[in-house]
Design a binder for this molecule. Structure first.
Ligand code: TYD
Length: 135
């Protein structure tokens, strides 16, 4: 499946690098929540859910990790290792994250406050909602 990325301008000078993210500009929604994942233990995979309506942009601001995005028919593996690139994940896409480097800091910008009722955590239910039956 295809996936969308967003690019952020890096304002670098002899002191180092700075990236600014702005709601409804470089990030294509109103940001209500930011969370970040770090100190992930060896061999851990996370995610394993989809969202009904939430939009998110994931940016690996340090280190690297990999995503699997799954639309119910096709899976795509994506490496995030660039603080100036964001992965845009819109509604009803199953996502998994794995292969976190020791120094990985994965920041996620979200369009809504945390709401457990927006999660689909069961893969068969995800396929049903997408209109596909599980095998
Ligand atoms: P979860 O979404 O399962 O993490 P991941 O998808 O990265 O594996 O969230 C883990 C726990 O953190 C769960 O108890 C819900 C809680 N949580 C919040 O309270 N607020 C948040 O914004 C997020 C993303 C999770």
């Amino acid at each position: 499946m295809s996936f969308k990325t967003v690019s952020f301008k890096c304002i670098g000078d002899d002191r180092g690098s700075l990236v600014a993210l702005e709601a409804n500009k470089s990030v294509p929604f109103n940001i209500k929540r930011v969370y970040y994942i770090y100190s992930t233990k060896d061999g851990v995979s996370r995610g394993f859910h989809a969202h009904q309506t939430l939009k998110q942009v994931a940016v690996c601001v340090r280190g690297s990790c990999r995503f699997v995005l799954d639309d119910g028919k096709q899976k795509t593996h994506i490496l995030l290792d660039d603080a100036t690139k964001g992965l845009l994940i819109e509604d009803l896409i199953w996502r998994e994250m794995y292969d976190f480097s020791h120094d990985c800091v994965l920041m996620v910008l979200a369009s809504e406050y945390y709401d457990e009722s927006d999660y689909i955590r069961d893969y068969d239910e995800f396929l049903k909602i997408k209109g596909y039956q599980s095998q």
